[in-house]
Write a protein that binds this ligand. Structure first.
Ligand code: IPE
Ligand code: IPE
Ligand code: MG
Length: 253
């Protein structure tokens, strides 16, 4: 069974895709947004548990106003158009990021779709919109200490205070568009993610390429700091035996 359960995608390359076709950058965003639902469907078909899509970063505010407003408009359009399909496909939807800074109408629409899908049991679909990885960690830390002023924070505490803790760590991060960087995305959740950078610009990304990437990454050996998966298993058993003889209990590995 594949160990890839949570895929996060940096949907990059819209602007360059359009510029190469002598069209305005916003045309690239329009074309890029039409790819999203096919990729969501493919994620579902692949049996993923979670798909997180980076749609607007906290740094993207520095772009020209017409580009920023196009991206906001496209989010709204996507929600209106896909609401029904999200519901029918039992998808549990959430937007992560500083949502309160978005236009009121968009906030209400996001809340509506989140609420409608709150009991869904299928794919966890997350849009990272007005999202920054550092901001998420700072927010989680502050919210933890607000409720636990005198406690030392653990890794689990921080994980539980993130925007959407139930989606857990990212197994695979794909970035389209050819750049090889993280751009402030899911910094905490990607600690042990496999990374895959494709030169394909987002508007040209297809379910076929998506499936191929998952297949290719599924056969990579994820060692999580150990030597190899066989050794990891052997060591776990040895450690369990040792714990049993030293402490008289079974190791919980
Ligand atoms: C990704 O495409 C979409 C957003 C960042 C919102 P870009 O707009 O960054 O496209 P390039 O990287 O300039 O080609
Ligand atoms: C990252 O892409 C953000 C999104 C895809 C939403 P950018 O295009 O903004 O990232 P940089 O500027 O190349 O690092
Ligand atoms: Mg870009």
């Amino acid at each position: 069974m594949s160990s890839i359960k949570h895929v996060a995608i940096i949907m990059d390359g819209n602007g360059r895709w359009a510029s190469r076709r002598f069209r305005p950058r916003i045309w690239g965003h329009v074309r890029g947004s039409s790819v999203v639902s096919d990729i969501v469907k493919a994620a579902d078909d692949q049996g993923l548990k979670a798909l997180t899509l980076y749609a607007f970063s906290t740094e993207n505010w520095s772009r020209p106003l017409d580009e920023v407003s196009t991206l906001f408009r496209l989010l709204k359009k996507f929600l209106l158009k896909e609401k029904q399909r999200i519901l029918i496909n039992n998808i549990k939807f959430k937007v992560i990021g500083e949502v309160q800074n978005l236009p009121q109408e968009t906030i209400e629409l996001i809340k509506e779709v989140e609420l409608l899908t709150v009991n869904a049991t299928g794919l966890h679909l997350t849009f990272a919109f007005n999202y920054g990885g550092r901001a998420e960690i700072v927010r989680a830390t502050n919210s933890f200490f607000e409720s636990n002023p005198n406690k030392a924070m653990t890794e689990d505490d921080l994980s539980s205070a993130l925007y959407r803790p139930e989606t857990g760590d990212v197994d695979l991060m794909i970035r389209t568009g050819g750049e090889q960087r993280i751009s402030n995305f899911m910094l905490w959740q990607m600690a042990y993610a496999e990374l895959y950078f494709t030169p394909t610009k987002w508007p040209d990304f297809t379910p076929t390429e998506f499936k191929k990437i998952i297949e290719r990454v599924s056969i990579r050996e994820r060692r999580f700091g150990n030597v190899n998966s066989q050794t990891a298993l052997g060591q776990s058993l040895e450690k369990a035996e040792l714990n049993k003889s030293v402490y008289g209990k079974g190791a919980n590995l």
